[in-house]
Design a protein around this ligand. Structure first.
Ligand SMILES: NC(=O)c1ccc[n+]([C@@H]2O[C@H](COP(=O)([O-])OP(=O)(O)OC[C@H]3O[C@@H](n4cnc5c(N)ncnc54)[C@H](O)[C@@H]3O)[C@@H](O)[C@H]2O)c1
Length: 439
């Protein structure tokens, strides 16, 4: 039974351009991955839009289409890639440097990858202390830099014959700064751009330029690129989706899988110690305490929101939560994370869980970039504007409307995502009540 009228979603016709500010390890692993999948060289493992299914109706109906058959999404063949970086390396050179994918695979994609050259970046070293790239725009003001980005977007769209564009920030983590009065309204932000205010980060110049050009923007880093009132106001005004922040990949993914389980069984928590070693450029950037502070903020919030200490003071009122990241070059992109979890059981008896996750950062992040690009484009075609909370599934620190706490539990996030898709089709939402089977 249909609950409501389906949302009128425009078809996914024509080409979708995916714009990536920051073309390092994650971005090139994503681009090369899509190319490899298109050629049948590998499978898009980890991507909900490519491999996920969605149950419709009762369990007895046996109706479980693939998500890509259920809602209109672009075909991978209809995607073109572009982006910006403060280094001029083309996508083949950058992917080779990142060292995530094997040379054998990259060589098969060499011509296609080499053709993707980043446009010069809007970059200020004050915001990423450990980087100093030469491939950078010059402008008399931050507004002028935003206008140059808009011109890039116009040219890219025309040159590549794109029907629609979407942007996913894959650039470095900027230093942590709280929003200021400059970010309070769109008018104050635009005045700040004209005056080249120090409060405005490069990533915010990109989000501003993209939204002005009608391009939805998702933010893969912990930066405050879109979750400041001025940019939310611009997204609403333009009728465009925004989402963020910080891809949920390794340790935080594990946290949002395990913590809901402890809470479900009412097991207490005395402490959670998380440490990581990684040796890619992201790890180097995060060595700077100010960039790490941005990461720490997005990583630390997770447990408090899942465990709700205010509701369960005896179980979660006093736990210690520590997160460390250490730059260790020999590991490259292959991060190793250790978690020591001190849990508490019946009558207060302590127990320990150790998790040792030998992950590959960009391999975990690449399918998230693909899904976000396709779902953000879908949201845009469905007329969904402002913060896309239904995409919380992908974020370490999901954005929410003012005053609403974020949902971190991975399984609630997935249910929310799939129910949003059912809702757009006017199909019945799945509550898992199941009473109908016993009538
Ligand atoms: N890989 C993961 O699991 C993961 C998870 C969550 C978040 N992230 C975030 O994703 C981002 C990308 O990670 P990565 O491993 O690809 O890092 P990377 O260092 O390999 O790539 C980042 C790229 O951004 C470029 N850059 C920096 N500032 C820029 C600017 N203003 N404009 C254009 N380009 C700019 C750098 O030159 C670099 O090439 C980082 O912020 C990272 O924290 C990654």
């Amino acid at each position: 039974m249909a609950l409501k009228k389906a949302v009128d979603v425009k078809p996914a016709a024509g080409k979708l351009g995916i714009l990536l500010p920051g073309m390092g390890a994650v971005a090139t692993t994503f681009i090369a991955g899509v190319m490899a999948v298109r050629r049948g060289l590998a499978k898009p493992i980890g991507s909900l839009t490519q491999m996920g299914t969605i149950r419709l109706g009762k369990r007895t109906d046996n109706l479980t289409p693939k998500i890509q058959e259920y809602i209109p999404l672009p075909q991978l063949d209809d995607i073109v890639f572009g982006g910006w970086d403060c280094f001029p390396d083309d996508a083949f050179t950058a992917a080779t440097r990142a060292g995530v994918l094997e040379e054998k695979l990259l060589l098969q994609l060499k011509d296609e990858l080499s053709a993707i050259k980043p446009m010069p970046a809007v970059f200020q070293q004050a915001w990423v202390k450990k980087l100093d790239g030469p491939h950078v725009k010059k402008g008399a003001s931050k507004m002028e830099l935003a206008e140059q980005l808009m011109e890039d977007i116009r040219t890219f769209k025309a040159t590549n014959g794109c029907d629609r564009l979407v942007a996913v920030w894959c650039g470095s983590t900027e230093v942590y700064r709280k929003p200021t009065e400059t970010h309070a309204t769109l008018a104050s932000f635009e005045a700040g751009l004209r005056a080249s205010s120090d409060d405005i980060a490069p990533s915010q110049i990109y989000s501003y330029a993209c939204l002005k050009m009608g391009v939805p923007f998702a933010n893969g880093a912990p930066n405050m690129s879109v979750d400041v009132p001025a940019i939310v106001e611009l997204a609403r005004k333009q009728g465009l989706p925004i989402a963020g922040k910080d891809f949920k990949t390794g340790q935080t993914l594990m946290k949002t899988i395990l913590a809901p389980g402890f809470k479900a069984r009412l097991l207490g928590l005395a402490g959670w110690y998380s440490t990581n070693i990684l040796g890619n450029r992201d790890g180097e950037v995060l060595e700077d305490p100010e960039s790490f502070k941005s990461k720490e903020v997005t990583k630390l919030g997770v447990l408090d929101h899942i465990l709700q200490p205010e509701l369960y003071p005896d179980l979660y009122g006093h736990f210690d939560h520590v997160v460390r990241i250490n730059y260790y070059p020999p590991r490259g992109d292959n991060k190793e994370g250790w978690d020591n979890i001190d849990i508490v059981g019946w009558l207060g008896y302590p127990m320990q869980i150790k998790v040792n996750f030998l992950c590959r950062d960009s391999i975990l992040a690449a399918p998230i970039v693909l899904d976000l690009a396709l779902f953000m484009d879908f949201a845009s075609r469905a007329g969904m504007s402002g913060v896309q909370e239904w995409l919380s599934f992908y974020w370490k620190s999901p954005m929410t409307p003012e005053g609403l706490y974020p949902e971190h539990d991975l399984f609630i996030q997935l249910m929310k995502l799939k129910n949003t898709l059912r809702y757009t089709k006017g199909d019945e939402l799945i509550t898992h009540l199941g009473a109908e089977y016993y009538d």
